[in-house]
Design a binder for this molecule. Structure first.
Ligand code: SF4
Ligand code: SF4
Ligand code: FES
Length: 327
């Protein structure tokens, strides 16, 4: 394929002596093959036009995770993304990862990201729950999340991390799932109890962004949903999110419809519900208070059959269809 001209619109960042982040956009014209990687175009700019441009890179092979940055709106690996695919009308926009402190230009401080990983104790621990047999399913689970290269793409594009900096984030939770699933791990229950705390697995909004952006197909959200199922099975159901999920499940199973009138009470309890009186009055004024009388959906007997089948044959959530490999 012939070389083409592209505009690289790059966010230049600098931390002032007072610790303030100053940002501006700078454009560079580069002639490259559309199949060239964004990383090679960046090297071309740095080598031929502007040696002050700062970014991280190491392996150039989608292994080390260091070149993750926002490329035309999504966080991706610069060494794995082709310029022709990233360009929008001939323009490639580059910015540092979101939700992380910026050091300079496209380079971020990876310290806080790894602090989150350390929170979940990323190592096997001896304890009473250690098993000696490793089954195929456990092997598959451990294997899937072990592909993680700690690039931070998922954390950068996570919608919850954006609004709640305390949220532990998808990469740490995927890593936690690796240990909860490993038969050799001795403290699985202890881990699930820790993961049931606020800002851990129940804080995820299940937006699927982490599944979309992960360059290694780790599917963090899938791991989070599996962790939640295991946490509930262990009886760690004290939090509002767990109570909400259980109340939701109970209503749908019983009547095929939500009893929104009692849902809040079952989720937040009496005191929590009273605190929401202001919102309830606001809804009442708008005529949006749900009926206090439970409603039974048509065909609820069919729904019950589905519930019974699922209870007898539990399924693990899948967020993506398995890849079909041509024969
Ligand atoms: S699914 Fe959850 S963890 Fe993944 S990006 Fe969305 S909020 Fe974040
Ligand atoms: S889960 Fe995927 S996107 Fe997140 S850090 Fe690991 S490899 Fe990167
Ligand atoms: S340079 Fe290592 S993943 Fe891109």
């Amino acid at each position: 394929m012939a070389e083409q001209s592209y505009t690289f619109r790059i966010q230049r960042n600098r931390v002032t002596e007072g610790g303030r982040l100053e940002s501006r956009w700078q454009e560079y014209q580069v002639k490259v093959n559309p199949n060239a990687t964004v990383l090679s175009a960046l090297e071309e700019i740095k080598g031929g036009q502007d040696g002050s441009l700062t970014f991280r890179q190491s392996c150039r092979s989608a292994i080390c995770g260091s070149c993750a940055m926002r490329i035309s709106g999504r966080t991706r690996l610069a060494c794995k993304t082709h310029v022709g695919i990233a360009a929008r009308d001939g323009v490639v926009t580059l910015a540092p990862q979101a939700n992380q402190p910026v050091l300079k230009d496209l380079a971020i401080d990876i310290g806080p990201f790894f602090k989150r990983i350390h929170t979940i104790r990323p190592f096997l621990e001896e304890g009473p729950e250690t098993a000696t047999q490793v089954g195929k399913t456990a092997y598959d689970h451990v294997n899937q999340v072990s592909q993680c290269i700690m690039c931070g793409c998922c954390y950068s594009d996570c919608t919850m991390a954006e609004v709640s900096p305390e949220y532990i984030g998808p990469a740490a939770l995927a890593k936690a799932f690796r240990f909860v699933s490993d038969p050799r791990e001795g403290k699985k229950s202890d881990r699930l109890r820790q993961l049931s705390d606020p800002h851990m697995m129940w804080a995820c909004s299940r937006c699927t962004m982490c599944v979309d952006v992960c360059p290694k197909d780790v599917k963090p959200m899938e791991a989070i949903v599996k962790l939640r199922t295991r946490g509930i099975a262990k009886g760690y159901t004290d939090g509002a999110a767990q109570k909400h999920a259980l109340a939701f499940h109970e209503d749908i199973k019983k009547s095929g419809d939500l009893n929104e009138f009692t849902l809040m009470m079952r989720t937040l309890g009496l005191i929590g519900t009273l605190k929401e009186t202001g919102s309830a009055l606001h809804l009442m004024k708008k005529g949006k208070i749900p009926s206090p009388f439970p409603h039974q959906a048509k065909g609820v007997d069919q729904l019950n059959k589905v519930f019974n089948l699922l209870e007898q044959n539990p399924l693990d959530v899948e967020t993506k269809a398995p890849e079909i490999v041509p024969e």
